[in-house]
Design a protein. Structure first.
Lengths: 421, 421, 421
């Protein structure tokens, strides 16, 4: 049993299964989580897929509310503030790279070093005193496994792997990338929905489950003891921070009942569980039990043995702004066999991961996140929500994330109020 | 002469026909009306037509800013807060009625009693301590005459007929329902336009009038004495509150003139009045004179002998939110003859009421209400309007409504801040 | 050398070419310019083209946020507040001119004198006490050269020609009018982009330049001495206020270079300048040097010899509201030859001015203005911008405009809070 698990459980258990009055008055210990509407600052985030940015290409993206120009010059990715200090022009609307070292503003020819962001020259005024005196913010960039990661913050960035769930960056990890898309929901609801043990019920509507005849459940549940037993934290100084739940001890309910007024009850069974023998039911459950689900700082989920036993599913809920997040999803296998790797990046990954997981399963998660947004954004949901026991795994995450966040993004950051070198 | 009429006239007469300076400074005695941007709380409102909600159907509606799930289960209509206390999900986006007694949230299987709103069970966690400890708001419902009425408020609801204009609920009332639609205007402008004696001029553009060759007028007007004489109040403790104007003494002007600078004047005559003899003109006016027009708490209008002598037109300006109201319209006859009733609900009602009144007449009222909205919503219209004598009938309504309103809806109510049982 | 030039230069020179810290702290001396988000009040503005308002026509327009009904009655243009004092109706949604002297509200027949705005009668209530007691704001109007000008303000309007750049109203000026269009940008960015010496670089993308093989430059620049030498102010008590820059001394750069890290430099040449001899380059530059560019109160630009030697280009950045301006453009020649004038208003103006200048050139200016808007509207651009030497010509304008503005428009004006006669 992990001490961290016990500690977090103790600290947050009092916030679930509470009568309304008490919960409403209680001050939440995860204030950092509540404050992080725009994201956690000083972390690495996926910003684009490598394949969407060829040599010489550039594009404007929005990350935690900040508008950023990303470009690939001589193979290297550069990320720069997309706002000319002169008059605020977005470079990305007419990008000019007259050299591989520089970005020129299309309005007044201010020309910036794309490595350090400094104003190197002004084509029309090479003697201007401004030269060398102002600069764009330059964002640290790492390109790994077909993904462009950008560090949004003010501090010296820690190594990338501190902010990526374990395994993703392994040498023998083969990463199949799905095209990211935007979701009208705050990013925190992405994290919470992804790990939420109770949310599995929504996948009764998922095409993957329906087509596979895969009965899910009315929602995973675990006892407090199981949570203590199956949750494993990683808080290494020199590595990623997060935790995993081993699914093995989870209770899967395929049956439920509703008490009726006349004293009887209505028994329910999940449609796809009907007509199956206990052995058949256990067989599928056994496969799911092999997996682990984990949440990782700053904003990602890792699910092992999903949807196929040898595949690990990673997803990132990247804050775009306070009302949208960009959903990055990756299907990963680990292999040293080059042929297998090549097949995975082609037909295998598509058939064994992208079609079932991305097209057939996580679209329902996206729907759920959007459905929660209004309540949390406009109706004080963070204060008014009424949590039940399975949510303790989320309050533990909120507490954990509040403890490990390197900073909080603000609206001012999104407007360009931050340090430049 | 009604004492109430005199009292209201005396109290509000000073607010019309005033020079600007005075009107601007004067504090209005109908503050409750000014505060009721979101509607009057603690009243009954039409929420849907019965025919639009068959057995087992459900839908989400918005009433005074509150999102409500309405459903029919075993023939009975239930109306529930459309917001799960757990995480704010709108049930209506994936409604689940596993029993006729319950509503289950599609996200985490919280299952509520649709009669009292209590959390009866959680399918995935039947032992949760939350069960029995939280609840949805349940809205009182009455279904009468093909209309689903919902009570929005916190008090013990008075009988439905207190909030419906007389005659509508009569045993022998046969109610033809038009499909309701939303109008981009505050609901109070609906009330005021509907009763407004001066507004009749806009119906010169109405297809019903044009096609029938029915000259309207440049606006009804009545003297103060006529108002005193023809307005009849109903303030029964145990019945509806409202009043009617008997049209009989109203002055209809078909002619008007505009004084010109050169001292002459330009004489005008309504196009449809031209070429008609005085007898022909009087003939039509005489029909209109038979009618009465009435405003009723909380937000409806009743017009007798319209558009046909035996038909009564009812309309409700139901607040959807502060910027929209839903327009319900009904054509009613009173008869004990079953065949006549059946014909009315079929072809007769359509031809004798819906096509002329709804399609050919009140669309112009809807236009006028939308045209007033910006002024009242964004330009302080309620304070800056300059009223003239015919508007005294509206200030009397404002005063009357302020006196009889059972409460005021607020934006907080729309966000779910209200008492639950 | 003009004293005004020196004075304005001295007053504002300290705000360009400054290190960030200093610029950020410095209080700007052109506060009036910063306050004028909605426009300068008490000035004349183009409101419509004459040809778009035939006899008896009317339309609603928005000028500095004020909604105005413009109509032509008996040949004369009238401009009236488009808001009935009774209940705020916009007359323009159903305009009624029962006489050539009056405007009648379509809702309650309030009938206003279109010359003085007074309530002359109410068709339905000719005895109302309101008659003569309330009025619409009436806007002074001048129709000249095919343009309807409206004065927005509260003071006795000065003569129109005080607010129009010289030459436009000359007896022998022949004015070809382009159809105005709206641009999603604050009007001040229009003024600044138009005069901005550095902005010429954007016209490398202009179809006119590309098709004509006309190399532009990396941005005009002038030394401080040249600015002193070539800027000519007009501040006559009884005429327009503005100034012109004679282009003659401007430096045109067709070549530029970017210093590289390895100590070398990358030489650049504008695509259209390549392969041309010095003579050929100078030949074109010489034509441009003939011109002058001027900014004029309240919000317009005059460019001589553009795009053809005998043509003068005028443009107005008319504030529609704080986020949009209406772009009026005119191509003007001066001639006493009636045939030439007629040809100009027909095919000549279209081919020699409208197609190249409006369709092929200023569309790029419109693009640039829109691109600046977010920075100035939402990101404190007016405080955070980092100006370089060529911008001193803009700070001089800001200072000059702040000195000569007759007033500042506010949001309250746009809601109808202003004096009526």
């Amino acid at each position: 049993m992990s001490d961290v698990t016990k500690e977090l459980l103790d600290e947050t258990q009092g916030y679930v299964e509470q009568a309304k009055a008490k919960a409403a008055k209680a001050k939440k210990p995860w204030q950092t989580w509540l404050d992080a509407e725009w994201g956690f600052r000083n972390h690495w985030y996926p910003a684009s897929l490598s394949r969407d940015l060829g040599e010489g290409d550039s594009k404007g993206i929005e990350l935690l509310g900040e508008e950023i120009l990303v470009t690939r010059q001589e193979g290297k990715i550069r990320a720069l503030e997309d706002r000319c200090p002169h008059r605020g022009i977005r470079f990305s609307s007419r990008p000019l790279f007259y050299t591989k070292e520089t970005l020129t503003c299309w309005y007044h020819t201010w020309t910036f070093d794309i490595e350090d962001g400094n104003l190197r020259t002004i084509l029309s005024s090479p003697d201007s005193k401004m030269i060398g005196k102002c600069s764009l913010k330059v964002y640290p960039v790492e390109e790994r496994k077909g993904v462009i990661f950008i560090f949004v913050g003010d501090i010296e960035p820690p190594p990338l792997h501190y902010d990526v769930a374990p395994g993703f960056l392994d040498d023998n990890a083969v990463v199949y990338c799905a095209e990211p898309y935007d979701i009208n929901s705050n990013w925190r609801l992405g994290c919470e929905n992804g790990y939420d043990p109770g949310h599995q019920f929504i996948h009764n509507w998922s095409e993957m489950c329906i087509n596979a005849g895969m009965h899910t459940s009315y929602g995973y549940t675990s006892t407090k003891e199981d949570v203590l037993d199956t949750t494993r934290y990683v808080e290494l100084e020199d590595g990623p921070k997060g935790f995993t739940r081993k699914v093995e001890k989870t209770t899967f309910r395929h049956e439920a009942s509703i008490p009726l007024k006349d004293g009887s009850k209505k028994d329910l069974m999940l449609p796809l569980a009907r007509g199956k023998s206990k052995e058949e039911l256990d067989q599928l459950t056994a496969i799911i039990r092999l997996g682990t689900v984990g949440l990782w700082m700053p904003a990602s989920l890792k699910v092992t043995t999903f949807p196929a036993p040898h595949c690990t599913h990673y997803e990132f809920y990247v804050p775009k702004n306070k009302d949208e997040h960009t959903y990055f999803q990756f299907g990963v296998i680990h292999t040293d066999d080059e042929e297998e790797a090549e097949r995975w990046l082609g037909e295998d990954g598509r058939i064994m991961w992208e079609v079932p997981a991305v097209q057939g399963f996580t679209v329902d998660d996206a729907f759920a996140r959007e459905q929660m947004h209004k309540y949390y954004a406009e109706e004080d949901g963070w204060q008014r929500e009424r949590l039940f026991q399975p949510d303790v795994e989320l309050t533990m995450w909120r507490q954990f994330a509040s403890r490990h966040a390197r900073g909080i993004q603000t609206e001012d950051h999104s407007r360009g109020y931050f340090k430049r070198d």
